[in-house]
Design a protein around this ligand. Structure first.
Ligand code: AMP
Length: 457
């Protein structure tokens, strides 16, 4: 690992880092700081704790011209908590540069004082997309001289439904700028975002953030008709917060979902026969972690943009090896431990044999008798979904919902999960134990000064 001295930082910055007790750059800093200082766009996979804030913070401050009184850097964050944290970190890093003004612009607090602060000028702005958009619209925030845009926790911003707001904001920035994108995960949607807004970005993925997938794969021989029992037993044994069970037909999806629900497991079916609205609702509820088990056909599962699942089950072995690999690849991503289980009846043995032939090692077979002896112990999903009968067409935005939920004496920001906005409704994931409280808040409170019908799905 290089030292900070090798990264060609200013003496002021080096002395600040020393005061802060940072001895060496973290892996993300070592890889991201040189291209950032060189003015390149960077896309970095980095989680909280990786030192990502200092990686872009050092870049923002080293590029800053304090004598030029204009907003030169903008950091967009998904939540107020993160924005406050980032602003605090930037202020610490800026301690040996005189007169740097760093402002936070987040929703949930009065806009007036922010307008006042903006009128005195600022060098760096850290904010949430909704409120930044408000200031741009009012003309109280001017970004004509922006040099660097940072999208922090970009995956979470997308999850929270900020895509429209981000598009709107970025559309108003100078085309000549540096764009730094930080994301803990790497779904398709992040790659699309990067392609749209970055120029020839340097890809920073540090080795330890993406180890080889670690998937524990097991096979069970079962008799025809035992699928539901075997699945219930498996869920009771491993109790995953979320799981996809792949089925061959839509009848199988529906039947298994019905049986599992009767037995207390929180299950939904996803297949090609659902109309668009039901399909959206199923996808939303599964992706936001308020459904424990999804019974899906291969084709229907294609639309799922989920990061990683603790458990994938093949209710029947896939007919071809490639499909099997694709299904199993939905678990054990991003360095998490994954588990894939395949049930196989004697008549389906040839499919599994083919799979075995395509691999080097033997397959691991579990003890079906022991599995089936597991009593039902359904696990509750971590989140619940609130459906609000207002959407884009009602000008409802994610920040308005966050504001209504987390405002004064409300819920903590981390109680709110994914926010999915549609034209006439939106879905908000809330940690299960706080779902009733959230429902009451929204029922009794107002969103954008209006009351909307709200229900727990
Ligand atoms: P972050 O991933 O940006 O949330 O940072 C995680 C924590 O690591 C923060 O408390 C930073 O102050 C700290 N930190 C960042 N860079 C370094 C470094 N090079 N050496 C020691 N601590 C650091």
């Amino acid at each position: 690992m290089p030292s900070f001295h090798q990264l060609e930082l200013s003496t002021a910055m080096l002395s600040t880092l020393e005061q802060l007790g940072y001895q060496r750059p973290t892996p993300v800093q070592a890889s991201a700081i040189p291209p950032i200082l060189a003015g390149r766009d960077v896309i970095a996979m980095a989680k909280t704790g990786s030192g990502k804030t200092a990686a872009f913070g050092i870049g923002l401050l080293e590029h800053l011209n304090v004598r030029h009184f204009a907003v030169q850097g903008l950091v967009l964050c998904p939540t107020r908590e993160l924005a406050d944290q980032v602003a605090k970190a930037l202020r610490e890093l800026a301690r040996s540069i005189a007169n740097v003004k760093i402002l936070t612009l987040c929703g949930g607090v009065a806009i007036g004082p922010q307008i006042g602060s903006l009128s005195h000028g600022a060098h760096l702005v850290v904010g949430t997309p909704g409120r930044v958009q408000d200031h741009l619209r009012k003309g109280t925030l001017v970004l004509d001289h922006l040099k660097t845009l940072v999208l922090d926790e970009a995956d979470r911003m997308l999850d929270m439904g900020f895509r429209d707001a981000m598009d709107d904001i970025i559309g108003q920035l100078p085309g000549q700028r540096q764009t730094l994108l930080f994301s803990a995960t790497w779904p398709e949607s992040i790659r699309t975002l990067s392609e749209q807004y970055q120029r020839d970005p340097v890809d920073v993925r540090v080795a330890d953030s993406e180890p080889a997938p670690d998937i524990d794969e097991q096979f069970y021989e079962i008799q025809p008709g035992q699928q539901a029992d075997a699945l219930a037993a498996l869920l009771s044994l491993h109790r995953p917060g979320s799981c996809i069970a792949f089925c061959t037909t839509r009848q199988q999806c529906d039947e298994l979902a019905e049986i599992l629900n009767e037995r207390g497991f929180n299950a939904l079916a996803l297949h090609g026969d659902l109309d668009q609205k039901d399909r959206d609702a199923v996808l939303v509820r599964f992706a936001n972690q308020s459904v424990a088990v999804l019974l899906a056909t291969d084709v229907a599962a294609r639309g799922l943009d989920i990061k990683s699942l603790p458990l994938v089950v093949n209710v029947e072995p896939a007919r071809d090896t490639e499909v099997h690999t694709h299904r199993v690849g939905r678990t054990g991503r991003a360095g998490e431990q994954g588990r894939a289980v395949t049930f196989c009846t004697p008549a389906q043995a040839h499919r599994v044999n083919r799979l075995e032939a395509a691999r080097d090692g033997d397959l691991a077979w579990g003890d079906t008798g022991a599995l089936l002896a597991t009593p039902d112990r359904p696990v509750a999903p971590p989140m619940r979904t609130l459906c609000v009968a207002g959407g884009r067409k009602d000008k409802v935005r994610p920040g308005d919902l966050m504001g209504a939920l987390t405002g004064e004496a409300g819920l903590p920001g981390d109680a709110v999960g994914k926010i999915d906005l549609f034209d006439f409704q939106c879905f908000v994931a809330i940690r299960s134990e706080l779902a009733q409280k959230a429902l009451k808040r929204l029922e009794n409170g107002r969103i954008k000064g209006r009351r909307f019908r709200v229900r727990l799905v």
